[in-house]
Design a protein around this ligand. Structure first.
Ligand code: UTP
Length: 308
């Protein structure tokens, strides 16, 4: 076996273990909040957005998490690290509930970090994971996209990857007026209701020109051939190295097993977008036992006072 490194061998795959979380974007839509802090650290109720994403990876059985970080990475690393002084203070106070929450975030997964350097695009960020991932399939979860914590989207995508030995993206039906903000897919149906085969992809099509309303959202299960393709991918839309462009190559290249989409019908929040961020806080908070009853009561009183 020594020295043998074929994708066929890897194809006889064991269950995925590695998650890659790109979190090196500039977060310009959230300035000035993101001037000195990554947007992935913005709190959604009382947890930073990134913790929901790591928890989702762990819930899907991915215990090895590689975060792609940029400038201001310290807050991200510190969040998943121990803070002895804080733990000692909570312990001394007998505040076991908060102590458990603090300890939980440090014991979630086996965390690793790599810097992207310049934010040259999502494709470039994913390529930075190559050394760590090697020739295994892996998942990519965008650090600012929250999927409803109760929804097993990622596990479903991993199953589809294993059944079809192909890369898999998550697709969401969006309002056609919003399609220009996403990578948009042209698809063919399969024998499974929630699975489609991707035949074409376009990153952020000009308004009114999107080939469908099926948008790629921030979850991917990728075969390692994506690295070979990304290495050759030239800057595309916005001068960035686009993951969508590399996925199109995987979808159309004859040797890569194609790309499938799992059509997601649950709730998803783009916390990098200010309005979606606010909605995520309200929706997740109203469902909580500790905050929900008071918040619901307040919202009921507040809503009738709103004017257009
Ligand atoms: P976005 O396009 O939403 O991130 O990228 P952004 O560029 O930070 O956002 P704005 O438009 O300036 O507000 C989606 C995900 O990809 C990561 C981001 O951190 C985010 O999680 N990303 C993007 C990188 O890690 N590196 C990049 O070069 C670009």
């Amino acid at each position: 076996m020594l020295g043998v490194q074929t994708d066929t061998l890897v194809g006889m795959s064991t269950r995925l273990t590695k998650a890659v979380i790109p979190a090196a974007g500039l977060g310009t839509r959230f300035l000035p909040a993101t001037k000195a802090m990554p947007k992935e650290m913005l709190p959604v109720v009382d947890k930073p957005a990134i913790q929901y994403v790591v928890e989702e990876a762990v819930a899907a059985g991915l215990t090895d998490v590689l975060m792609i970080t940029g400038r201001n990475k310290n807050a991200l690393e510190n969040h998943f690290d121990r803070v002895g002084e804080l733990e000692a203070t909570l312990e001394a106070k007998g505040d076991t509930e908060r102590l458990k929450k603090v300890e939980y975030s440090t014991s979630l997964a086996d965390m690793h970090y790599v810097r992207q350097g310049d934010p040259l695009g999502l494709g470039h960020a994913v390529l930075r994971a190559h050394m760590h991932v090697g020739r295994e399939p892996f998942a990519v979860l965008l650090g600012d996209d929250i999927i409803d914590p109760g929804n097993p989207l990622l596990s479903r995508m991993i199953d589809v990857h294993e059944q079809r030995d192909a890369s898999v993206v998550a697709l969401l039906e969006v309002d056609p007026a919003q399609a220009h903000l996403y990578g948009v897919a042209t698809v063919e149906s399969t024998d499974e209701d929630d699975v489609v085969r991707i035949t074409d992809l376009v990153e952020k099509p000009a308004p009114g020109t999107a080939p469908s309303n099926l948008a790629i959202i921030g979850r991917y299960v990728l075969k390692p051939q994506i690295f070979d393709v990304l290495r050759e991918t030239q800057p595309g839309k916005g001068g960035e190295i686009q993951l969508t462009d590399a996925l199109l190559e995987l979808a159309s290249g004859p040797h890569h097993g194609g790309v499938y989409g799992v059509v997601f019908r649950g709730r998803r929040f783009d916390t990098g977008d200010r309005l979606d961020y606010i909605k995520s806080i309200v929706q997740l908070a109203v469902e909580r036992d500790d905050l929900g009853p008071d918040l619901r009561r307040w919202l009921r009183d507040f809503a009738p006072t709103l004017k257009d």
